[in-house]
Design a protein around this ligand. Structure first.
Ligand code: AMP
Length: 430
């Protein structure tokens, strides 16, 4: 787990702010769920790999609890208990830290942050397309351009395995292997329990992928012929991609028939987002139509996405080295030249803050010249120098740090000038 120093924390919060704005634009309302939940709830469908990596402990009440490794289980619990009567669709947004005992390396941490969007109550392709659109909008807002969506459909592989009578636990094991791209190992397990036709179909499917999605869909269709559930899964994927294309979302997609994800609750379209040169996903999501029912909420289809704030930050930094997350606009220092006017400096600082201006007051007792050189090092834009002589006439000195010009103005004028500059400046930039 890491300490995030001010610049990193600012970067993270900027991305979080964009994520919040996307939630607002799409009508997703924020919910805040606890960091700790019952182990069984979090472990139920997280998948073997992530289950092993959970931080699990017993609390003083003897309950077996864990730090959340993802948001979806908590959201499904919430919907199936406290929001059952809520009219559908329900659109929920969450943001916060998650915990997994991963091997720390570039972009892989034991504490990381996600922006999470869940669209609950619709089984239609529109819902899946909306989730893709949200992911696209957030990434575009951060300035990234070259990202692409790897897309598949769990229903294709699970459909084939179900028709072959492969039990769910076995299916989960196979999905875990496919998630790690261990296709030969997955086929080896199946050799004992599935038909030659099934193995042949899977071998064929594993080779089907590409960016021209209509060709890939055709090949998938041809490969799964005779497997009814798998065929309707391909149809569903095609409907989603058609909608993405009709809506002119301009998504860069790569469809992979053999793509699987480690989380066990997926039932439909699944996806991950990548940027070239980074082999870890910036985000991932998909459709999970049975999780809410599993938690006692009645049959409730749902689709969602989790975007990794830490990884988006790494991708943006890598592509935009000059990206400075400074809060643009004014940063004012109020500088009393001696002890006598310290109180006045604090009083004027408060008055400026009331007008929305960011003001730091000199607290180190520095002489004017040292305070000024320190101010330019810290990107202060304006300094208000308070001296007893000027103050007797109700005046102060306002210094513009950029062009190094200064003028003597009245206290009322300085407040008006800084307020005017403040309202004219944009507050933030990415
Ligand atoms: P998942 O819940 O595994 O689908 O993860 C969704 C997203 O969370 C990933 O695409 C990453 O952006 C982020 N993520 C998952 N695990 C980590 C980690 N150990 N460190 C940083 N980000 C992570």
């Amino acid at each position: 787990m890491r300490d995030l120093l001010p610049e990193e924390a600012e970067h993270m919060r900027l991305i979080e702010m964009e994520a919040r704005e996307v939630a607002r634009l799409y009508g997703y309302r924020e919910v805040i769920t606890p960091l700790i939940e019952h182990y069984e709830l979090l472990a139920a469908k997280i998948g073997e790999e992530n289950r092993k990596r959970m931080y699990v402990f017993e609390d003083l009440g003897g309950r077996r609890v864990a730090l959340r490794p993802e948001f979806t289980a908590s959201i499904a619990r919430l919907v199936s208990t406290k929001m059952v009567a809520e009219p559908k669709p329900i659109r929920l947004f969450s943001v916060g830290s998650l915990y997994r005992y991963d091997e720390p390396q570039f972009g892989r941490y034991r504490e990381f942050w996600q922006a999470n969007y869940e669209l609950i109550g619709s089984s239609r392709p529109e819902a899946d397309a909306e989730i893709l659109s949200i992911s696209n909008d957030l990434l575009r807002k951060t300035g990234l351009k070259d990202y692409y969506f790897k897309i598949g459909h769990v229903g294709v592989l699970r459909g084939i395995l179900s028709e072959e009578g492969v039990k769910e636990a076995e299916q989960n094991r196979i999905m875990q292997l496919l998630d790690k791209k261990m296709q030969d190992e997955a086929l080896n397990i199946l050799k004992k329990q599935a038909s030659e036709r099934c193995l042949e179909t899977l071998r064929r499917l594993f080779k089907v992928s590409g960016r021209e999605w209509s060709r890939v869909i055709k090949e998938m269709n041809a490969s799964v012929e005779g497997y009814e559930e798998a065929s309707s899964a391909v149809e569903n994927l095609e409907a989603i991609l058609n909608l993405v294309s009709d809506a002119k979302m301009d998504l860069n997609v790569r469809v992979e028939a053999g793509f699987a994800r480690g989380l066990e609750y997926y039932t439909g379209m699944i996806f991950e987002v990548y940027v070239p040169g980074m082999d870890i996903a910036l985000g991932g999501g998909g459709r999970y139509d049975r999780l809410i029912e599993l938690f006692g909420g009645g049959p409730t289809p749902a689709s969602g996405v989790a975007l990794g704030i830490d990884r988006i930050m790494l991708a943006v930094k890598g592509r935009r080295p000059g990206w400075t997350p400074t809060w643009e606009g004014l940063r004012v220092l109020v500088l009393p030249v001696n002890e006598e006017v310290k109180g006045k400096a604090m009083e004027l600082s408060s008055r400026l803050r009331e007008k929305g201006v960011a003001v730091e007051v000199e607290v180190m007792g520095r002489k004017v010249s040292r305070a000024l050189s320190d101010a330019s090092r810290r990107r202060i834009t304006h300094v208000v120098i308070i001296g007893p002589k000027e103050l007797r006439e109700g005046k102060v000195v306002l210094r513009d740090m950029k062009n190094k010009e200064q003028r003597t103005v009245t206290v009322d004028e300085v407040a008006d000038m800084l307020e005017g500059l403040q309202s004219g400046s944009s507050r933030i930039s990415l």
